[in-house]
Ligand binder design. Structure first.
Ligand code: HEM
Length: 231
């Protein structure tokens, strides 16, 4: 019923004509933006960062030695890490309006008539903050994606309330790759370092601004500067 406006033209043409550049753009900028948001949310919610670090470091010490890197094989043992990444994506999807879609026939969705040949923009950002779908929606609360400490489900587009990667036929084909890449980066940042804002007095828990710029991509207004301390 819907096709992505970019499906035949922009995306495939771009991928065909310059595969490395465009796949890398889809992969790197989105992943980097989400990682920056995750770090910003964690610094502003120190109780979540502490909990995540405790889970990660407890897991690592169960291996009996200091690890150089936590690797992809370890990710499935870290549901709180996965939930943290999902929560960052719920609040800060890098593509807030997904990609434009185009109706190829008349249809009715949820009571709304959509004529053929209509350009559709899905506001994934607003859906991730819909009070009908999410409790305490402004809070950074990875626990909402867990049940008894384990992942509830993959949550990737299945119930139309969590759409950072879109849904259905045109769901982002890089979703699992992107999640694994971001999780590996975040888990190692949490494992090896403690974090604070520049010039923070011990125990004061300084915060960073979450002001953002809306556009095709959602990004923070300010560059994120944090100070790492090796642990
Ligand atoms: C945090 C990282 C990423 C996010 C949030 C993201 C999000 C999205 C979204 C929302 C769409 C549109 C889905 C729709 O129209 O319903 C999309 C499409 C796409 N993404 Fe991603 N993406 C990410 C990373 C990646 C990576 C790592 C790759 C490739 C390695 C990739 C490749 C693509 C491609 C090729 C499409 C077009 C798919 C189509 O039209 O059939 N993305 N992505």
């Amino acid at each position: 019923m819907f096709s992505s406006l970019y499906s035949k033209s922009t995306v495939s043409q771009m991928i065909m004509s310059s595969p490395s550049q465009n796949i890398f753009e889809a992969a790197i900028e989105t992943s980097y933006l989400v990682l920056e948001y995750a770090m910003a949310e964690l610094i502003n919610n120190r109780h979540v960062m502490k909990k995540l670090q405790t889970k990660v470091r407890t897991f690592a010490s169960s291996k009996g030695k200091k690890l150089d890197m936590i690797t992809e094989e370890d990710l499935s043992s870290l549901p709180y890490l996965k939930a943290t990444m999902k929560e960052a994506l719920r609040l800060h999807p890098p593509g807030p309006l997904l990609l434009p879609h185009y109706s190829t026939a008349d249809c009715n969705i949820d009571g709304y008539d959509i004529p053929a040949k209509t350009r559709i923009l899905v506001n994934g950002w607003a859906i991730g903050r819909d009070p009908k779908a999410w409790e305490r929606l402004e809070e950074f609360m990875p626990e909402r994606f867990l049940q008894d400490g384990q992942e509830k489900s993959s949550n990737l587009g299945e119930d139309f309330k969590y759409l950072p990667f879109g849904s259905g036929r045109r769901i982002c084909p890089g979703a699992n790759f992107a999640l694994a890449t971001m999780e590996i980066m975040l888990v190692n940042l949490m494992y090896h370092f403690d974090w604070e804002v520049p010039n923070e007095k011990e125990g004061t828990g300084g915060k960073v601004s979450m002001a953002e710029t809306f556009g095709l991509m959602l990004r923070r207004n300010e560059k994120l500067y944090l100070v790492p301390r090796i642990v």
